[in-house]
Ligand binder design. Structure first.
Ligand code: PMP
Length: 364
């Protein structure tokens, strides 16, 4: 509708319009249940059909092998920063981190409480603008896992391929919160993938964990029951009351992604959107600047600065007047950031790019 804005927020973020309209049409009464999804028992057949369909559509989308469990959890990706070492390590076990931004750094810090993590590479001294070449990395022998953040939401740095742990017993763990379902991923390369839903696949409150089944069942004795993957896997994510409505919304998004032709098609759209935005930045003769190394620029979060920082407030204000919201960069890095997740239409990025060119023409 004409009242909707283009929302460039990093998360919670824009959702597909047709998904919102479908949810609206089912909000009051879901199918023939006589009630809203929010009012249903999580153990009744209607909700069971919703969560099972959501899981099976996600499995189709990401081609998830059958020896992987899919868990719908709560607590955000932040809770997984603790749950992962608690489930995969004993307190003295070594784990490796490649830190390419603030989220990887937070995951590392939390892991120090429950394991012995090493940062084997950090991009901090370059203000998190790149990703290392994997060959040169000194990985710890016998590390339980190697942790990466597949897309750093604040810094706009995205892995385009993935490191292979040197020790065959070390698994790769990835925080995919901000690029989940934005492109095809070979799940079998990972021991564990996790993502908060509120960027690409739904509202906040749902966290998805995809874990190879043989890794489940070794949690440290102090692990709270709510963080124990075994408990959730044995109970099909229904050990306690799950975030029912959020799972329903994720299910609608998965249906929509499948209807678009799956993640190969979704990635094509995402590349097109990112391309016109980065091209505009790069062709601006330095008026706009993206600090991230070109080969690892994120398709999801595009940070940029203005050569005249004093114009930033005007940029954001004028964009807002034209119904383009949430373009301010994260408070820790400043500048601007346009988050252009799956649900951001091409028209939204086109409009932003036209605005940027016009703004430059008026202020250069
Ligand atoms: N990891 C990444 C990559 C994120 O972008 C975020 C949230 N912006 C988090 C972790 C933390 O997620 P949550 O707020 O769901 O705990």
């Amino acid at each position: 509708s004409s009242d909707r804005v283009f929302n460039f927020a990093a998360g919670p973020a824009t959702l597909p319009e047709n998904v919102l309209l479908k949810a609206q049409s089912e909000l009051y009464i879901w199918r023939d249940s006589g009630m809203s999804v929010m009012e249903m028992s999580h153990r009744g057949k209607d909700f069971l059909s919703i969560i099972q369909k959501a899981e099976s559509d996600l499995r189709t989308l990401l081609n998830i092998p059958s020896d992987y469990a899919v868990l719908f959890l709560q607590g955000g990706a932040t809770t997984q920063f603790a749950a992962i070492p608690l489930n995969l390590c004993q307190p003295d076990d070594t784990v490796d981190f490649i830190v390419t931004g603030s989220w990887g750094d937070k995951a590392y810090k939390e892991a120090t409480k429950y394991s012995k993590p090493n940062v084997i590479w950090s991009g901090k001294s370059d203000k998190y603008t790149n990703i290392p070449s994997f060959d040169s990395l000194e990985q710890s022998p016998r590390a339980k896992y190697l942790h990466i953040c597949a897309n750093e939401t604040i810094h706009g740095v995205e892995f385009k391929d993935y490191p292979t742990p040197k020790d065959p017993n070390t698994i790769l763990v990835a925080d995919m919160s901000s690029n989940f379902c934005s492109k095809p991923v070979d799940v079998s390369k990972f021991g564990l993938i996790y993502a908060g839903a509120q960027k690409n696949v739904g509202p906040s409150g749902v966290t998805i964990v995809i874990i190879r089944k043989d890794l489940i069942g070794n949690a440290q004795p102090i692990t709270p029951v709510m963080l124990d993957y075994k408990i959730h896997a044995e109970n099909n994510s229904l050990y306690n009351t799950p975030p029912c409505y959020g799972i329903y919304m994720c299910g609608l998004v998965f249906e929509d992604l499948l209807a678009q032709g799956g993640l190969v098609e979704v990635e094509k759209k995402n590349k097109k959107k990112a391309q016109i935005l980065y091209d505009t930045i790069d062709a601006s003769n330095g008026f706009y600047r993206c600090p991230v190394e070109k080969s690892v620029r994120s398709l999801m979060n595009v940070p940029f600065t203005l050569v005249k920082p004093e114009l930033e407030a005007d940029f954001i204000k004028e964009a807002a007047k034209e119904k383009m919201l949430q373009l301010k960069g994260h408070r820790s890095v400043g500048g601007m950031r346009a988050s252009i997740y799956n649900a951001m239409p091409y028209a939204g990025v086109e409009k932003l790019v036209a605005f940027m060119k016009d703004f430059q023409a008026r202020h250069d």
